[in-house]
Design a binder for this molecule. Sequence first.
Ligand SMILES: [Zn+2]
Length: 337
Amino acid sequence: MRQWGAAMCGLAAGMLAACGAGAVGAAPEPAAYTGPIIDVHLHAASASANGHPPTSICVGISANLKYDPAEPWGQVFGRLAAEPTCENPIWGPMTDEEVMSETIAVMRRLNIRGVLSDAPGAVNTWREAAPELFIPARMFNLAYSRETPEMLGEAFRNGEFAVLGEVTNQYAGFLADHERFDAYWALAEELDIPLGIHMGVGPPGTPALTGGAYRLQSARQIEDVLARHPRLRVYMMHAGYPYAAETKAMLYAYPQLYVDTGILQASVPRADYHAFFSELVQAGFADRIMFGSDQMNWPGLIEEGINAINEAPYLTYEQKKAILHDNAARFLRLETE
Ligand SMILES: [Zn+2]
């Protein structure tokens, strides 16, 4: 399994001017961005979010799995998390408290604020620990969330959350334009609630990890929704990976649409991460990509995700700044410092 990031460029965002493709001796690289950062994809996760702790994740986790279905995938995937085969796995801590405190420590060290979702109780606990760092979000899945649009509208008006997301319908096989989610899109448009929806990859072998429920979808799946609700502020979490052409087509047709980089810094080989995002950037959409770590129970994924952006040879300094901060500030209409 090919590894980089953590080994070569993982220590500090500020060191990254010397990392990446520029090392081969081409034109000097743009400097790494080290100013304030916004992470639009954080989870108030438990330590057991990805199996019995401690669990790990490898950069490029999807590559070279050499899987034989004689053994259930869930078992193999669990073993990979407990006994990683890469040289520099990112380990999660043992306790829920450490997931929170280590995430907060990284955010303070690197001057990050972020959109935080997961179970409402956990989101509240994290906000109480560091209220200045978190924008509360409400996670939602059609398969098990009990909240009606009316209930969500009231909770939003009461200030319980500011972003609707992560909407994880895809894991239950409900695609973006499923009719049962119509009323929720209408609510987000009516109340002007930014909405983040999972559109892209989950863990490798996701269908087997969800009882066969998960289905692939490209950005096209959201087309009718955006056509019907032109004032929606939507970001596609995981950027519709790996369907870059569909993501480009949708960004072109819908200038209000944004994407995030969540988990792609680890779930796919880094070369493919760069191939995907360089295609979006080349098409002129560096102003619509937002940094999201999707750190879950692995606080180390936050810095890994920042480094992936800072090492990108196809990004100017201004584009790194846009992706790591400015685009999210605009999308979320935050006060900028
Ligand atoms: Zn997601």
